[in-house]
Design a binder for this molecule. Sequence first.
Ligand code: NAD
Ligand code: AHE
Ligand code: ZN
Length: 371
Amino acid sequence: MDVRAAIALEAGKPLVVDTVQLEGPRDGEVLVEIMATGLCHTDKYTLSGKDPEGLFPSILGHEGAGIVREVGAGVKHLKPGDHVIPLYTPECRECPSCLSRKTNLCTSIRGTQGKGLLPDGTTRFSYKGKPVHHYMGCSTFANFTVMPEIALAKIRHDAPFDKVCYIGCGVTTGIGAVLFTAKVEAGSTVAVFGLGGIGLNVIQGAKMVGASRIIGVDINPEREAMARKFGMTEFVNPKDLGENGDLVGHLIELTGGGADYTFECVGNVSLMRQALESAHRGWGISCVIGVAGAGQEISTRPFQLVTGRRWIGSAFGGARGRTDVPKIVDWYMEGRINIDDLITHEMKLDDINKGFEMMERGEGIRNVVNY
Ligand code: NAD
Ligand code: AHE
Ligand code: ZN
């Protein structure tokens, strides 16, 4: 079938909105009509060419919501008409990782996913007769996509697509890192580095669990007002500390020894170190959420770990998608979490490049394409 898509033809170039061809679902696969998709910083990162798994041409996008239109043979849990959220971290419930109960990182299809292919090793998209790669197993920058059943979370019918699409990445990543990965306790002091689409959800999660102090760190002063609305109690702009400002020293003094939990939500390896070193001696936990470019590495003095700080990381907030995503949709529908204020711009697919330009300028929090 013909579908409308924003194609990443080359690294560092704007997406090209055009008609591409999509083949129907095979065994265990589902055809989904994507109704809305968010633009995540990770899409921008891959488009930039810095992602070692970035492939071109491909159809990016991994933060969507849509409707099942057709199912392939052997599909057990979904039927046409079901509302779904695509999962870049699937949940097969059968692989050693799923069965371990120790991780959300299902391994059943990770190999082919990283090669831009569906589990049978082929692609369903083509453009001008040539194959086009899938992205993170989702490709939500197309109004129809084909995905394996295990990578779709079934959600309630009354949830608005243009809001709950954000649960497909940013909301779950931020809130989940607090609840599922770090397991922050009530009364904790939390420091959040980077107050964008992810960091604001970390703040929202920290407030949900009853953190007493939530310190936000961002170089963009415009982020302060929104972060306070979501529960931030103190704001630190590293630029206000002067050219040789000591951010770590400042945070250690502000917190009386360091934060119980710190979260890096930027993808900057120097900031990851500062986040680790701002965690409390003896028990502080620092969680890396930001994605850094190919070839970048983190470092610290081992003494930082010897003296009891722990460095951890979180993918998709540690959430098990098919199980947890429908619950997070319920939280939104019950008014327990705020998504609406974070979606600052909605646009049509034709304007998707404007959305990436706004992201580049630090304008707004989340852009959503409403098909
Ligand atoms: P974003 O662009 O919306 O927000 C980034 C924020 O960081 C902005 O407010 C910016 O002003 C701030 N910032 C930039 N440099 C800074 C610095 N030196 N110090 C303090 N603040 C700084 O991006 P996002 O969508 O929130 O994504 C954040 C990161 O999380 C990206 O690296 C993205 O790829 C990653 N991510 C990871 C996961 C995961 O599962 N681990 C999921 C989604 C996104
Ligand atoms: N392809 C990159 C890795 C990118 C990455 O870390 N992705 C996160 C999700 S970001 C969503 O916005 C993730 O889930 N990672 C776990 C996984 O299995 O990919 C690279 O550096 O190679
Ligand atoms: Zn994302």
